[in-house]
Design a protein around this ligand. Structure first.
Ligand code: CP3
Length: 365
């Protein structure tokens, strides 16, 4: 039997006791018991940390994502500072799209901006399938991180086809996703061609991360909540399901997350997730009723609550832990990413509180 520990081989083996695949975070994703409820924060690596801002002072965002030394350091910063139960790779959802040949930039304070928005089939065909060599810096960074992190699991991630398509079709961030929806409704063949190509790129990007040793993956469909359930099922779910199915035998849990997706939680689980991310609008017990007993849940703390006085934060943490008991597995997290103005000390206190309360109450994690 193989003794390598890459994700692809790990599926046939019992997780090594004390290793990342046996960590409280991975166990909760798999709906197994653990010593405490695991906690990490979406966008934990980033602008709320002064040590991050110092590193990024003279380096553009995309460039920092392409430098394994910087990726490693930025990914480790929140682990050192907060004692979270998982690291998330420092990168961005548009990194693989840029590697596929799309001319884009990440503009501070705005987000991804695409030079020539996708309008035609020719534009779609210009998005090349990627290989490991196109993102070798990610492969390298993940390997360095896995070596540094020891027992702490590393989460790999990618953007889901709808959210990526929205940036590519709009040319940048959009409140209404009007051009995206116009393509979806008006040119369904073009839409499916675009999402099919993005699903290929995304799947390969995640496979590179799994082969390099990540312990879980999260597929961010941040803007899927802009759609009705019927449209989500028709225009989006098949493509996200293709990505998640492509990782079914990878041996790592798959988390699927979007914002404003209360009506989509069941469908997002059906797309092939082991863990469904929940924003702050739907309590975790209600979310679990929609998702069913086969999947764990993650999320729910409103990132804005972190600006409230500590007793308010504490009450919210207690509420979420309590409601999370209704789920077959619970990973504590925010309902969306850490906002840049957040006081990092509050995040550190939340981690300690989640650990303390859940260890006391014997929560499964
Ligand atoms: O979670 C982490 O700590 C890992 C790093 C991470 C980043 N982007 C770093 C980043 C992750 C997981 C992402 C994912 C991402 N990127 C998503 C999905 C998650 C979500 O928030 O819904 C989306 C939609 C994007 C696209 C994107 N990139 C946006 C909206 C922005 C913010 C623009 C801004 O400046 O307000 C970015 C830039 C970005 N990605 C930053 C970071 C740390 C800020 C860049 C900077 O520091 O200059």
């Amino acid at each position: 039997m193989s003794t390598t520990t890459t994700g692809a081989d790990a599926r046939d083996e019992e997780p090594r006791p004390g290793g990342p695949a046996d960590s409280p975070f991975v166990r909760a994703c798999r709906r197994q018991s653990g010593p405490h409820t695991p906690v990490w924060f979406m966008r934990q690596a980033g602008r709320s940390l002064p040590e991050y801002r110092a590193i990024r002072a003279n380096v553009a965002m995309l460039e920092s994502c392409r430098r394994p030394d910087l990726v490693t350091e930025i990914t480790l910063q929140p682990v050192r500072r907060h004692g979270v139960d998982a690291a998330i790779l420092f990168s961005d959802i548009v990194v693989p799209v840029a590697a596929a040949g799309v001319d884009l930039d990440i503009v501070p304070g705005t987000g991804p901006v695409v030079a020539e928005p996708v309008r035609t089939l020719t534009d779609v065909e210009r998005i090349r399938p990627i290989t490991r060599d196109d993102v070798s810096y990610v492969d390298e960074a993940v390997r360095m991180l896995v070596a540094e992190l020891g027992a702490t699991p590393l989460i790999g991630f990618a953007g889901a086809p709808f959210t990526l398509a929205s940036y590519l079709v709009e040319g940048g961030p959009s409140r209404t996703h009007a051009k995206t929806k116009a393509m979806m409704y008006g040119q369904p063949e073009l839409w499916h061609a675009l999402c099919g190509r993005l699903a290929e790129v995304t799947l390969e990007f995640l496979r590179v991360q799994v082969a390099a040793g990540v312990s879980a993956v999260q597929l961010f469909d941040s803007w899927a909540g802009a759609l009705s359930e019927a449209d989500y099922r028709r225009f989006v779910l098949p493509h996200s399901a293709g990505v998640l199915a492509g990782l079914a035998d990878a041996g790592v849990p798959r988390i699927h997350f979007g914002v404003g997706t209360g009506e989509l939680l069941g469908a997002m689980g059906e797309a092939g997730a082991d863990v469904v991310g929940v924003d702050w609008r739907t309590p975790l017990d209600a979310a679990t009723r929609r998702i069913g007993p086969e999947r764990a849940v993650q999320g729910n703390l409103d990132p804005c609550v972190l600006f409230a006085p500590w007793p308010v934060v504490e009450a919210e943490v207690r509420r979420i832990l309590e409601q999370g008991r209704a789920a077959p597995g619970h990973v504590f997290n925010l309902g969306h990413g850490v906002l840049p103005e957040t006081d990092p000390d509050v995040l550190t206190r939340v981690v300690a509180l989640v650990h303390e309360l859940s260890a006391e109450s014997g929560d499964r994690g």
